[in-house]
Design a protein around this ligand. Sequence first.
Ligand SMILES: Cc1cc2nc3c(=O)[nH]c(=O)nc-3n(C[C@H](O)[C@H](O)[C@H](O)COP(=O)(O)OP(=O)(O)OC[C@H]3O[C@@H](n4cnc5c(N)ncnc54)[C@H](O)[C@@H]3O)c2cc1C
Length: 562
Amino acid sequence: MTAPRRDPSAPGDRAAPARALDVLIVGAGFGGLYALYKLRAMGLEALALEAAGSVGGTWWANRYPGARVDIQSLEYSYSFSEELQQDWQWTERYAAQPELLRYANHVADRFDLRRDIRLDTRVAAAHFDEAARCWRVASAGGGRWTARFLVLATGPLSSPNLPAFEGAGGGTEGGIERFAGQVLHSAAWPEQPLELRGRDVAVIGTGSSGVQLIPILAEQARSLTVFQRTAAYVVPAHNGPLDPAWEARIKADYAGFRARNRKAYSGFGCELTPRPTSALDATAEERAAAFEERWRIGGLGLLSTFRDLLTNPRANELAAEFVRGKIRQIVHDPATAARLCPSHPIGCKRLGVGTGYYEAYNRPSVALIDVHAEPIAAITPGGLLAGGREHRFDTLVLATGFDAFTGPVTRIDLRGRGGLRIQDKWRGGPLNYLGLAVAGFPNLFQIAGPGSTSAFTNFFVTVEHHADWIADCVAWLDARGHATIEASAEAEAAWVAFVNATAENTVYLGCRSWYVGANVPGKPRVFMPLAGGFPAYARRCADVADSGYEGFVLDTQAGAAD
Ligand SMILES: Cc1cc2nc3c(=O)[nH]c(=O)nc-3n(C[C@H](O)[C@H](O)[C@H](O)COP(=O)(O)OP(=O)(O)OC[C@H]3O[C@@H](n4cnc5c(N)ncnc54)[C@H](O)[C@@H]3O)c2cc1C
């Protein structure tokens, strides 16, 4: 009789030695790096496992030309170390991917984090052992660990979304694998520089990544065909070298600047607060002047020109029409301009921040195909069929985004009490409490996940807040001898209802975005992030902690006081 084959990722297999930890962190992006720094500084034995071959997360994976942050770098950066924020010098107003990656590596070195990070180590399974009250974790390569706490810093946008194209015969006939040329995904760009000059390139997708990529591909490629499902609102970045006078002013009181940003709705933009009035109360001239001023400044601040642009559909339409007016001015061909004008509310999908995006369509080598008018029927060896004609190209770029929030988590064989699988628990959409903890999954925390204001903030503010909250919670539990903490089912249900109710008063439900899972076929349509602003969210999290973790069920170690 042959012995049963061992599953290398089964975490319950005690035959293999498992390293015992206080905290195991999954992911070494900016969230995982800071969680490791913070938890280790408390004297805990912590380890971060990272699937990629580098730290940096988003800024390692998204190496496409033009990738850069759309929140100013003096804001999109860590605040936890005064020395770090004083020493580090950004070269541009909005740092590009290589500089962000250098920053992540600098942080890993500066704080000696690498000794507790394992790269090229994908967590395949994590099972909660109820008897031992710990997590048993296994990597795809057969590594094993046990940890009292598990922190998912797996990222909101780390699971690339691949479109499925079905040919006339159904199945995968006519799928991407039929294409004979090179296929690239914006979130899995080759590490080596790629020569696109002289190539005929097609891009599918005009979300934030497409918006950054397209102008550069337009410059380089012999021809560029853009396949657009939803037109994008794009404001100019007006990127350039970082203004030394501004940098000096911020660095003279960096802590004060960070504190003011933490009081801002989105955790950034404290120097560009919204007018306290409704866009509807301004005269047409006042409105035009206000929008024009924000357009000149550049960046996401256009959405905070007036206080009600994201909550009042009529006010929102005024801002939307302002941008459409800009598109008509910039794009020479009226038919192309019309295709580029979005019809959904502005801001209900992430607003693009670009450099020369609409201008790219003035090049004779660039063509725009609206896939609603000309649906993609199939991929062919030489290109694709859309609207009854074949478009030929040798390089296909997929800027098709991510299976946001839930994708990175449900790829793990994650099981809580009673073997409850996260895929079953989240079948109808993500359920959690405060965006931090999941009922049925004791001692599990998530950073920058669904149910928190993550996607509507400067993510640095979120990841620092989450890691600090988790660290305080672990310290509190340890000081009182509690072995486990777990969101109660009631608190979780109330929180999910709150997240949904908060979205009702916004424009976010007005389009098919990754906020609601609409970019991934078959994904439940559930509003995943929390609207309502970072300050209110942070207050709520603090109140829960101050109350002795209201809404959580606490378990006690044998022999410890309750
Ligand atoms: C192109 C792009 C532009 C962006 N621009 C902005 C911006 O301008 N402003 C902003 O605030 N945010 C922006 N974001 C969001 C960005 O994701 C966050 O700012 C931030 O980088 C998230 O950090 P993180 O550590 O939470 O996640 P990530 O950086 O995604 O890191 C998660 C890490 O977890 C790893 N991982 C996942 N699953 C496993 C597993 N099973 N085992 C081991 N490792 C695993 C991944 O490999 C990844 O390295 C952008 C995102 C993208 C994709």
